[in-house]
Design a protein around this ligand. Structure first.
Ligand SMILES: *Cc1c(COP(=O)(O)O)cnc(C)c1O
Length: 388
């Protein structure tokens, strides 16, 4: 029998990590000590106070039943409190906060609520692949906004053709940015609000890395800008902030009508995040944020080791203020995949080719700071022996 997948599956872009995974498995089988700078998954454990909170919550039978669709009230109140303390933004926990089973879940479902077949979404490139794929799944098309060194890895809104802007329903943004590590300032977000108002576009700002920043820099929320709540929502995740990628907990905040649309999709697809996990999430958001400061210190040290090493071998990525991704230009004469392949075969280092995140990512590789600084030093040592 031959079960032919639906067209939406057949139109998917090739899986970014397929060839890398194959090569990596081959090297590991040969006994090579592989250093993995490929995946954006924190290597550090979830802080103890959050684990203890889950342990306690899970023994309470009341957490064992179906959660409420839009999220536990107490969790949404904690989100609003955290937002107020962190960004000075007031939120109505009832209407302006929605619990998600990880932010990826919310991002992936959003186009189903607002994209009709043939509609456009404005999607940055390079970018987290979910924005484009979720648009495709809803029957829409992506109009790609190139992020380049020349524009500071911020989309040039003025360069979007008038027709595309008129047709667009959604604008995806992500700052601090995966994969480029770029950050956005207030001026940019103000332009976004103006643009979204003019063309009546819903802004979806993915702020998964808002807490992962260095040298005292504090990324801002899109919702801090006047008018933002009228045009958009912001996605947050506990995954990167508290090393909870496996727990699946995130949230969306902002425009009540947009959140209601997303909530309507969700209530027909999933049944909410496990209450015990939401209880642990409350602990994470309410507690002193010392663990977050320690996490940032750790990534900052790793960043410094990697940048010093890259500098010695003649590679000069833009300074990194936030995220654990280093967006490194390839040496002259190397495409993204050629350099990725050289690093893997000759140095046992896994990286991600920039071109895998969209065509404008050609000429870069992404290195994730998700191994210890000793291992990063070892990776740099191996790189210095390559003839580039
Ligand atoms: C890691 C990541 C997420 C999401 O993570 P969840 O674990 O689903 O909350 C969202 N956006 C970007 C850009 C990411 O890198």
């Amino acid at each position: 029998m031959d079960f032919v997948p639906a067209a939406r599956i057949q139109q998917l872009p090739p899986y970014l990590f397929k060839e890398i995974d194959r090569l990596k498995a081959e090297l590991v089988a040969k006994g090579v000590d592989v250093i993995n700078l490929g995946v954006g998954d924190p290597d550090l454990p979830t802080p103890n106070h959050i684990i203890r909170s889950l342990r306690e919550a899970v023994t309470d039978p009341r957490t064992h039943q179906y959660p409420s669709y839009s999220g536990m009230n107490q969790f949404k109140v904690s989100v609003a409190g955290w937002y107020q303390r962190r960004f000075g933004v007031e939120l109505d926990p009832e209407r302006e906060v929605l619990t998600l089973i990880g932010s990826k879940e919310g991002i992936a479902h959003l186009p189903l609520a607002f994209i009709n077949p043939g509609d456009l979404a404005l999607v940055p490139a390079p970018a987290y692949p979910v924005y484009h794929v979720a648009t495709l799944f809803a029957g829409g098309h992506s109009h790609f906004l190139p992020l380049t060194a020349a524009n500071g890895f911020l989309p040039d809104l003025a360069a979007i053709p008038e027709a595309a802007a008129r047709q667009a329903k959604l604008l995806f943004l992500n700052y601090p940015n995966n994969p480029t590590g770029a950050v956005a300032d207030r001026g940019f977000f103000e332009q976004v609000v103006d643009f979204a108002r003019t063309y009546e576009i819903i802004v979806c700002h993915d702020a998964a890395y808002s807490e992962m920043a260095f040298d005292g820099y504090r990324p801002m929320s899109f919702l801090e800008v006047p008018g933002a709540r009228e045009v958009g929502i912001e996605f947050h995740s506990l995954s990167k902030t508290y090393n909870m990628t496996g727990w699946r907990l995130g949230f969306a905040v902002g425009n009540a009508q947009v959140l209601a649309g997303l909530g309507q999709v969700k209530s027909n697809v999933d049944s909410g995040a496990f209450n015990a996990v939401q209880m642990a999430g409350i602990t994470a958001l309410d507690a002193d944020q010392q663990c977050v400061r320690e996490m940032c210190r750790c990534y900052q040290q790793r960043r410094d080791v990697l940048f010093a090493g890259l500098d010695r071998i003649g590679l000069h990525p833009a300074p990194l203020k936030a995220t654990f991704y280093v967006w490194c230009p390839t040496p002259p004469g190397f495409s993204s995949t050629a350099f990725t392949s050289l690093l893997l075969r000759q140095a046992g280092i896994v990286t991600t080719p920039g071109s895998g995140f969209g065509a404008p990512g050609e000429g870069y590789v992404r290195l994730a700071l998700t191994v210890s600084k000793q291992r990063i030093a070892e990776a740099v040592e191996r790189m210095s022996k390559l003839s580039l």
